[in-house]
Ligand binder design. Structure first.
Ligand code: UD1
Length: 428
């Protein structure tokens, strides 16, 4: 087991370079299956979700060559299987993208019911609705979900709920369906657009990604391409919040400032200074933090993945903040950890009310999921003492090199291997 040991109290200062977007990478890697040829994917974040996706591709028969730490050549000309090994698919929720990609390419797919962060019920009914409208059937057996179709035919699909995953799986499954598919009530996140751009570079005909309505004209044939993944909006937002929360001054490079606007606006209202450049933002704060009202919503609303980070910052704002979680049922699991640190945060269903306190105190902390874990790292940096965070594998699913990046900003953080538990009875 590993943990982070963080000695807080220093404002973060300096420069940090943002990695490629996790949520784009975990969709684009399965999408290489549709290219049925060689793709070179650049700006892949070096995180465990990407490693798991590459392992799945390899298990399906893809030839994978590492060009450098963030660039891989993936050749999907020859696949040997349409079954994603259960132990790999359970590790990450986004393994559901292999359903859409394999269904499109091979007419069948089998994936374990998705794992990933525990944020409450995570249904995939809208994904299945899209597959079914295109002509596929599905079944669940012993935790494995199977989809199959003799032929996929374009259809008109209206999503009952705005879902990133269903929108992306809708595109993946429609790319080679006969005729036109119209997807309505689509998610508009930057990674939805990135997946569409990648597929179009491979020969797909997808229009409207980034709006409510996406039209896909089925392609006869796809091919490989070289593609660079967009910067990670949430990783960038996390460093923006860390800079503001610690009263620091950080230049955050390799970002798309437009994607950060919902975060920028809130940080400015909270009293931080945010300067935008072509592909960088600089965040600093000197004065007191002001409280905020935040409602998480699908893009271009305030992203749910930034909610725990913002809440942590607001624990020391001067007044009462209200956070309403509009996407997930179970996204305040970090509140108990913050309470241990002296924060005044009351959660009632989907709403958290935070009364600002003067200072957070160090504590032993437990990361319950990816973004909650990142938020606790920021919380520990805001104290004047030493905190330890366990279950950091959640954090490492989504943040490339977080320790080195924070150390370069002056943070006192180390990753420590903990002692294996001592067996009380001899192993037989
Ligand atoms: C993606 C992101 C995740 C982010 C979320 C919302 C990835 C790998 N993960 O997750 O970090 O928090 O978007 O921005 O990209 N829903 C249904 N039926 C479905 C699908 C979803 O009811 O078939 C509901 C979910 O329970 C949730 C809401 O729709 O309440 C949004 O989920 P969705 O956008 O699909 O999230 P993910 O794609 O899983």
């Amino acid at each position: 087991m590993e943990k982070f040991v963080i000695k807080g109290g220093k404002p973060l200062t300096g420069e940090v370079t943002i990695s490629g977007a996790k949520n784009a990478a975990v969709a684009i890697l399965p999408a290489t299956i549709l290219a049925a040829g060689k793709c070179v994917i650049e700006n892949l974040p070096d995180i465990s979700d990407v490693a798991a996706s590459l392992k799945i591709l390899k298990a399906l028969g893809a030839q994978i060559r590492m060009i450098d730490r963030n660039t891989y050549e993936i050749d999907t000309s020859m696949l040997v299987s349409t079954e994603v090994p259960a132990e790999l698919s359970r590790k990450m929720r986004a393994s559901y993208y292999f359903l859409g990609a394999l269904l499109s390419r091979s007419g069948k797919a089998q994936v374990a019911m998705p794992g990933g962060c525990n944020l409450g019920p995570r249904p995939i009914d809208q994904h299945l609705k899209a597959f079914s409208a295109l002509g596929a059937t599905d079944s669940v057996d012993y935790g494995m979900i199977s989809v199959r179709a003799h032929k996929l035919t374009g259809a008109h699909i209206f999503f009952d709920k705005v879902s990133v995953g269903a929108t992306m799986n809708g595109m993946l499954s429609a790319v080679m369906a006969e005729g036109q598919t119209v997807l309505e009530n689509c998610a508009k996140e930057p990674h939805v657009v990135d997946l569409a751009n990648f597929l179009n570079m491979c020969g797909a005909d997808i229009r409207g990604a980034g709006t409510d309505v996406i039209k896909v004209r089925g392609a006869q044939q796809m091919h490989g391409c070289t593609y660079s993944i967009i910067p990670d909006q949430i990783e960038a937002g996390s460093y923006m919040v860390a800079a503001a929360a610690t009263g620091g001054d950080v230049l955050i490079k390799n970002v798309t400032p437009k994607h950060l606007e919902p975060i920028t606006v809130k940080l400015q209202r909270a009293g931080a200074k945010v300067e935008e450049f072509d592909d960088a933002v600089r965040v600093s704060r000197v004065g007191e933090l002001q409280p905020l009202k935040i409602n998480t919503m699908p893009h271009p609303g305030f992203p749910t993945d930034m909610q725990p980070l913002m809440s942590v910052m607001l624990t020391v704002a001067k007044g009462t903040s209200t956070i309403t979680e509009g996407i997930w049922d179970n996204r305040f699991r970090y509140a108990d950890e913050l309470a241990k640190m002296g924060a005044n945060i009351q959660v009632d269903g989907q709403v958290a009310v935070i009364e600002g306190v003067a200072k957070l105190q160090p504590a032993p902390l437990h990361a319950s999921d990816l973004r909650a874990g990142a938020a606790l790292v920021v919380a520990a940096l805001m104290t004047n003492g030493t905190s330890e965070i366990t279950e950091i594998q959640h954090i490492e699913r989504g943040y490339e090199n977080i320790v080195a990046k924070l150390q370069a900003l002056g943070a006192d953080i180390t990753r420590v291997e903990t002692e294996p538990a001592i067996a009380l009875t001899p192993a037989l």
